[in-house]
Ligand binder design. Structure first.
Ligand code: VG1
Ligand code: CO
Length: 543
């Protein structure tokens, strides 16, 4: 066995986006593509000798091949040990959990998250730091700069190793420990939530469907919800990870999880429904014929956190991404704790969590999490809801309605215009930015603009700054319109328009969301000329 130094050349476009580097599989599988990026990660990290790395992915097409390549490159860089999930499986939150528990120096997650998989789908790589969270911008930028000047990479010529059997294998001088992907994570969940109460709930006939969407969370949900909590077999559906996610889009929203939505609308619907995404960090929460918006879910969990043993000591603060509704802000105010507003992407929560300033975090994109790990966490959110349902004895819809009655309702929706022309998208944002200074004081469909700006953020812990994180138009009545371009897509550009309207009056809390937001939707079009710039009369996905 020998370490080879392979000559390569920079491949353009290896700048990580909102959450890692995402490209089509055929881009990732071209010669040197993955190797260049991993070598750039290792250059950024510096001396890797003697360190421990965690490695796993969501099981999508190319996962296994990529794991073998990365193991051989890790061996060539002197890592003492790599912990790999069996069969290459580790959810994003499980990687975060294992990094922290085993005090690894970091981890590599192979996933394009909610993007479709299979040979014609997407692949992705994320690097997580020793705290367990996504690499901050300073690290991802350094990786990108190395990728622009790379001339060679180092890799062992050892044979592929068996990653399907738990145990330790030697790869050159490096130990590869194949671990149970679920064990450490399940043990953490059992410490955070009242498993006794949830077991009693299921024993009493409470019914649920968890849709694994043939992605990574199936094995976790099966082991915990059916195995440890005693829910009947069949509670977890689409539980086996498939390389192409069964041809579906592993994005848990009411549009993509249509099978689950239909189940929850049937006459014999279960009491509770939930789903997670490709890499297991997102969650969707459903009652009978009822879906909970992610922004409301964050606020409701925060307001009821004391039901869970892991949060009984109180919350230090709440953090939400800027486009996420301000429902959580009202809960934070009631609890007398701070609420932080960060740019989109979980990497911006890391410093707040590390500093003990925030306990719960959330994003409108079906992401919820806490300081138990440094990633958003799908199964965790579902267990939190189960704990709440067990403690309250109330159905999902009633919990939400009572929350609105107490705090007011933030009507909320996101309109996505996917795979639009990149130049049109760029022009739309540029035109919008020019208009911003003149918008304050103008009236848009009966909403008077308070201020309009391009969101910039200074991290309160480390002082780092980022600009242009989304254009927001904030009304005097608290309504908001936010425009952003996605940083996770792999085709053209995706425009996201986020709409929020606050309604204090409980008699007005049960209107259809799109109807309640109609005035703001029209205002969003009139300000940004969306149809003109995108060539689309309607969004591709409304959540
Ligand atoms: C999207 C979401 C963002 C989320 C990110 C990663 O990013 O809007 O809230 O953090 O995906 O989620 P963007 O840039 O496309 O809007 V995941 O589950 O795909 O890692
Ligand atoms: Co994800």
């Amino acid at each position: 066995m020998a370490i080879q130094t392979v000559t390569t050349h920079p491949i353009p476009g290896q700048r990580p986006g909102t959450s890692g580097l995402r490209k089509k599989v055929h881009t990732f599988s071209q010669p040197h593509y993955l190797e260049n990026f991993i070598q750039s990660v290792f250059y950024t990290l510096g001396d890797c000798a003697g360190k421990t790395l965690v490695l796993g992915g969501d099981g999508r097409y190319h996962n296994r091949a990529a794991i073998q390549t990365i193991l051989k490159m890790a061996a060539a860089h002197g890592y003492a040990q790599v912990l790999v999930g069996r069969s290459g499986i580790l959810s994003t939150p499980a990687v975060s959990c294992v990094i922290r528990k085993r005090q690894a120096s970091g981890g590599i997650i192979l996933s394009a998250s909610h993007n479709p998989g299979g040979p014609d789908g997407d692949f992705g790589v994320k690097y997580n730091i020793a705290a367990g969270g996504p690499a901050p911008e300073s690290v991802t930028e350094a990786i990108f700069h190395h990728s622009e000047t790379i001339t060679q990479y180092r890799i062992s010529d050892a044979a592929d190793i068996d990653i399907d059997t738990i145990g330790t294998v030697q790869l050159d001088g490096m130990q590869v420990e194949v671990i149970d992907p679920v064990a450490d994570y399940a043990e953490l969940m059992a410490r955070l939530f009242d498993f006794e109460a949830i077991r009693a709930l299921f024993a009493g006939g409470f019914t649920m469907r968890f849709d694994g969407m043939h992605a990574v969370s199936g094995p976790y949900a099966k082991a915990i919800i059916e195995g440890m909590l005693g829910a009947p077999a069949g509670t977890v559906i689409n539980a086996v990870p498939l390389e192409d996610f069964g041809g579906h889009h592993p994005d848990p929203n009411p549009v993509n999880a249509s099978e689950l939505i239909a189940l929850m609308a049937a006459a014999d619907a279960p009491d509770f429904g939930a789903a997670s995404d490709g890499d297991g960090d997102r969650n969707m929460i459903l009652g009978r014929k009822f879906d909970v918006t992610p922004s409301d879910s964050l606020a409701i969990l925060a307001a009821n956190a004391a039901v869970a043993p892991g949060y009984r000591g109180g919350l230090k603060g709440i953090a939400r991404s800027m486009p996420t509704s301000r429902a959580a802000d009202r809960v934070a105010a009631a609890l007398g704790i701070p609420c932080y507003e960060t740019p989109t992407g979980w990497k911006f929560f890391g410093t707040l969590l590390d500093a003990g300033m925030a306990t719960l975090c959330g994003e409108e994109s079906y992401g919820t999490g806490s300081d138990h790990v440094r990633e958003k966490d799908g199964v965790w959110a579902v267990l939190f809801w189960l704990n709440l349902l067990a403690a309250s004895g109330k159905p999902v819809q009633q919990i939400v309605a009572e929350h609105w009655a107490r705090f007011g309702r933030h009507y909320y929706s996101r309109h996505d215009y996917e795979a639009i022309d990149s130049e049109g998208a760029r022009l739309l944002m540029a035109d919008l930015r020019i208009k911003l200074p003149a918008l304050a004081g103008t009236v848009l469909n009966a909403h008077t603009v308070d201020f309009a700006d391009d969101f910039a953020y200074t991290d309160p812990v480390d002082g780092s700054t980022v600009q242009q994180q989304g254009v927001r138009i904030v009304m005097r009545d608290g309504s908001r319109i936010v425009y952003r371009l996605s940083g996770t897509g792999t085709e053209g550009a995706t425009l996201r328009v986020y709409l929020e309207l606050f309604e204090a009056d409980p008699t007005q809390h049960h209107r259809p969301t799109q109807q309640a937001l109609a005035g703001l939707i029209a205002a969003a079009e009139s300000v940004a000329s969306i149809a003109l710039h995108t060539g689309r009369a309607t969004p591709t996905v409304i959540t």
